[in-house]
Design a protein around this ligand. Structure first.
Ligand code: ADP
Ligand code: MG
Length: 618
């Protein structure tokens, strides 16, 4: 294992090299860095003084893509082609988000499986990773333009509640955007670092970070001991934020002017104008008492007391979450040493007052709340660059560790730069009926296909009881102990059968080789992700064909002639598409087969098939 600073994952880092901090937000994204002279974190600014880039992507008619402020203008006038809130989709399957599908005005593919969601724009399919990479690439380009130097290394922030898959997706998005992602850090940790909390290694502190952004709210309770951050609890609401304030204002105005929902729906421009005016009103009322403004030739007004009444229920919900977070951390209000305010919506005075009065203390709000996370990421980047020696003592994994899954893909269990000792596990399943053994091949590296990575070990895990495909639950766990030894264990959860091996990931690998592997992963990121998407689409198609054919065999009598022939035709064309190997056409084929089978599948789908769709196959 490497020592940060001596060879941060390889010695590839020179001290001079710039590492930026990126806040990849649901609503807004931005970049910060440590100023080379003042040594203080600064946020990168455009000529117009803007620091925030709205996390919105618009797909234009002639293939042009716009990102940020320009794209935001299309939110209501061209909803199908304007992607917002992609962060909510990161690492998610359709079943994770289906209860909220009406929230997204664009088309998310409902493939009724546990595989990762895709977004459809015209005839193209995009993964949330690709969409996020567009935003990251835009940030990278803007940063390079402002700094007049290449920007290739970054620390990216994610919410504390992000799971392994969501973190990995964020890493991949960075890689795809041409960035070497040195570390993924928690947003509340970053915000605390920006305020200098945790930089003094001798102090132990308990911190509440209250983050109210555009569309999401979360509160995290952190404990810092000796410079190490631990998340004690998180709580929140992923569908509550400043956007709700805007909507409440529009609703009030619509009522005053007797505009019906129907009228607003049919007049996209008016709706868009009102939304923007409402946001302006809200922002204005953060430092004034009375707002008036014009839209569509009419005058709209809002007073601060009116606004406060509108948003009070939302604010109360966030305070309720704070209570739950404290309960979960088994703490009382008096045990919180610091409260940090994050997110543009904490500029609202009522929000600030309510939080201060709940925690019974003054809150940290000196740093711009929509910039504080990026600034903290920059502080972390500086630590990684070796400019803050106190922090260089942790052992880390220099390369990602994972196993081979269907189609020769690398499935990472422990990402690079993870502190050791470390543990991770994930469930997999079988691909064929009656399969009693699986091959477990352990790899190290950053590429998407295992053939480009380094094989550490392989063993055949046998003793799986014969069951239909998809039913066995094989849990693979990786444990790296403090000496850097990796123990890989496989266990079939239904029967309890178990097997394990030990490997030394470090063995026989020089720093130069590790560095080359890292460089390659960025160089080939586009190609890798394309190959991965194709392999995944093929696997998914084959799987759906299998499942559907099986289903037809068992349930023939329950289906109409028409359903049968339509399904068979769709299966045949999907089989041809697998041969052809065009990812977008394949996705379309899968989508179509799903649409055809959904009505009767929902009618009949038995537990076994549902189960069969659940786990990834090795
Ligand atoms: P996210 O973390 O979700 O990407 P931000 O932290 O950038 O989002 O917060 C964006 C939200 O903050 C938007 O709803 C925006 O309208 C709101 N906001 C920004 N400035 C103000 C202000 N001065 N007063 C009230 N709300 C504001
Ligand atoms: Mg944020």
């Amino acid at each position: 294992m490497g020592k940060i600073g001596i060879n941060i994952a390889t010695g590839s880092l020179q001290k001079e090299e710039m590492i930026v901090g990126i806040d990849l937000g649901t609503t807004n994204s931005l970049v910060a860095m440590i100023h080379p002279e003042t040594k203080q974190p600064v946020v990168l600014k455009e000529h117009d003084g803007n620091t925030l880039v709205p996390s919105v992507i618009h797909f234009g008619e002639n293939g042009g893509i716009s990102i940020g402020e320009d794209a935001k203008n299309y939110l209501i006038t061209d909803p199908q082609n304007t992607i917002f809130s992609v962060k909510r989709l990161m690492g998610k399957s359709y079943s994770d988000i289906k209860d909220y599908s009406s929230f997204f005005a664009y088309k998310i593919i409902d493939d009724n499986t546990e595989s990762l969601v895709k977004v459809r724009v015209e005839d193209k399919f995009y993964s949330p990773i690709e969409l996020s990479s567009f935003i990251l690439r835009e940030l990278k380009n803007r940063a390079e333009h402002i700094l007049k130097t290449p920007v290739t290394k970054a620390v990216i922030t994610v919410p504390a509640y992000f799971n392994d898959a969501q973190r990995q997706a964020t890493r991949d998005a960075g890689k795809l955007a041409g960035l070497d992602v040195l570390r993924i850090i928690n947003e509340p940790t970053a915000a605390s670092l920006a305020y200098g909390l945790g930089l003094d290694k001798s102090e132990t502190k308990t911190i509440a970070v209250y983050d109210l952004g555009g569309g999401t709210f979360d509160v995290s309770i952190l404990r810092i001991t000796g410079g190490i951050f631990e998340v004690l609890s998180t709580n929140g609401d992923t569908y509550l934020g400043g956007d709700d304030f805007d909507i409440a204002i529009v609703d009030l105005w619509a009522k005053q002017f007797r505009l019906t929902e129907e009228e607003l729906k049919n007049n996209g421009n008016l709706a868009q104008e009102l939304r923007l005016l409402a946001e302006n009103a809200k922002i204005f009322l953060s430092s004034n008492d009375q707002f008036t403004g014009k839209a569509a030739g009419e005058e709209f007004a809002l007073s601060k007391p009116q606004f406060d009444e509108l948003i009070r229920p939302f604010v109360e919900r966030t305070i309720n979450s704070c209570k739950h977070a404290l309960d979960d951390a088994k703490l009382t209000v008096t045990e919180i040493d610091e409260v940090v305010m994050v997110g543009g919506s904490t500029r609202v005075p009522l929000v600030k007052q309510s939080v201060a009065s709940f925690f019974k203390r003054a809150v940290h709000d000196d740093i711009n709340p929509d910039e504080v996370v990026a600034m903290g990421a920059a502080v972390q980047a500086d630590i990684l660059a070796g400019n803050n020696k106190d922090f260089l003592l942790l052992d880390i994994t220099p390369l990602s560790l994972g196993i081979e899954t269907m189609g020769g893909l690398m499935d990472v269990l422990i990402p690079r730069n993870t502190k050791i000792p470390s543990k991770a596990s994930r469930q997999y399943t079988t691909q064929k009926d009656g399969q009693v053994s699986v091959k477990i091949a352990v790899y190290q590296g950053e590429r998407d296909l295992v053939k480009d990575n380094r094989k550490l070990a392989e063993f055949s895990f046998s003793g799986i009881p014969a069951m239909p495909a998809g039913l066995p639950k094989v849990e693979i766990s990786f444990l790296i102990n403090a000496d850097g030894i990796l123990v890989v264990k496989a266990k079939e959860l239904r029967s309890g059968t178990e097997q394990s091996i030990e490997v030394k990931p470090q063995y026989g690998l020089t720093d130069a080789e590790v560095e080359q592997m890292l460089l390659d992963s960025v160089t080939y990121a586009q190609e890798d992700i394309r190959t991965r998407a194709l392999v995944e689409a093929k696997t998914e198609a084959a799987h759906i064909i299998d499942t559907t054919e099986n289903f037809l065999m068992k349930n023939k009598e329950m289906l109409s002639e028409k359903e049968l022939s339509a399904t068979k035709a769709s299966i045949d064309s999907l089989k041809q598409l697998i041969e052809k190997g065009d990812k977008d056409q394949l996705q379309k084929g899968i989508d179509e087969l799903n649409e055809i089978s959904r009505p009767y599948a929902e009618r009949l789908m038995d537990v076994a098939v549902r189960e069969a769709l659940k786990n990834k196959t090795i």
